[in-house]
Ligand binder design. Structure first.
Ligand SMILES: NC(=O)c1ccc[n+]([C@@H]2O[C@H](COP(=O)([O-])OP(=O)(O)OC[C@H]3O[C@@H](n4cnc5c(N)ncnc54)[C@H](OP(=O)(O)O)[C@@H]3O)[C@@H](O)[C@H]2O)c1
Length: 218
């Protein structure tokens, strides 16, 4: 598959690129092409130094990256994602869009701050063309652990979406990441429950002297 990672120059984008490059063509997308190219070169070198196979990681602008791809990963902070998607709307058609976006802010502790639609995923669905299939996943996966490609991530990933075929694709992509267990979380309307766990996990980590907490249902 062809996968574009918007904001792929940032923390969690790197991990997805490294983990999926063995089987898929990856576009690292950025607002600045130079930043995208340099991140793509860096990730390619990381894989090469570890002797790992890579289908190809290239860098480009967000606009170029999302045309003619199967999957677009939204790896951009909530504060910028809606205006970015409004500008990019003409480049979208029928792609699968994976939202891992968590709207949250820090007061004394981190708080979930959903938009009026109820979740980032629902707001994102509303700004994209009807043919785009939004799937919500990976909100509780640590960027640091994801980028450590030797590490088996013993987490569950709840996948929410209204298009069963798109959800199946995300479930399969999740299975490709060592030890991640995808779980069907129902429709996109359920996304708020999983998004809101992220600030809760960060607060738990701070209060208990832990780091990079994830979720496992047993
Ligand atoms: N970090 C985690 O552990 C983690 C875990 C689960 C979910 N998430 C979610 O994943 C998303 C990305 O998180 P992150 O930690 O990777 O974020 P990040 O490193 O702060 O940013 C990722 C990339 O987004 C682009 N960006 C930043 N501000 C932007 C804006 N205003 N408009 C358009 N693009 C902008 C930047 O790329 P360019 O400057 O190159 O365009 C940046 O490199 C967030 O929605 C977050 O809630 C993160």
């Amino acid at each position: 598959m062809k996968i574009a990672i918007l904001g792929g120059t940032g923390s969690i984008g790197e991990g997805f690129a490294l983990r999926w490059a063995e089987k898929h063509d990856i576009s690292i997308c950025s607002r600045e092409v130079d930043r995208a190219v340099s991140a793509a070169d860096e990730y390619t070198e990381t894989l090469s130094n570890k002797g790992m196979v890579c289908c190809g990681i290239t860098g480009c602008t967000n606009e170029v990256g999302i045309r003619d791809v199967d999957v677009v990963v939204l790896s951009v902070p909530y504060q910028g994602v809606i205006s970015l998607l409004k500008n990019l709307r003409p480049c979208f058609k029928d792609q699968i869009v994976i939202s891992l976006v968590v709207p949250m802010k820090k007061n004394t502790w981190f708080e979930y701050t959903p938009p009026k639609q109820g979740s980032a995923a629902l707001e994102i669905r509303d700004v994209l063309p009807k043919g785009v299939k939004v799937v919500s996943a990976y909100h509780n996966v640590s960027a640091k652990k994801l980028a450590n490609i030797e590490l088996a991530l013993d987490y569950d990933v709840v996948v929410c979406g209204d298009d069963e075929s798109a959800k199946k694709t995300v479930v399969e992509l999740t299975r490709e990441i060592k030890n991640l267990r995808p779980l069907d979380g129902g429709g996109l309307a359920s996304s708020y429950m999983i998004e809101s766990l992220t600030p809760f996990l960060i607060n738990l980590a701070i209060r208990n002297g832990l780091s990079d907490l994830g979720v496992k249902f047993i």
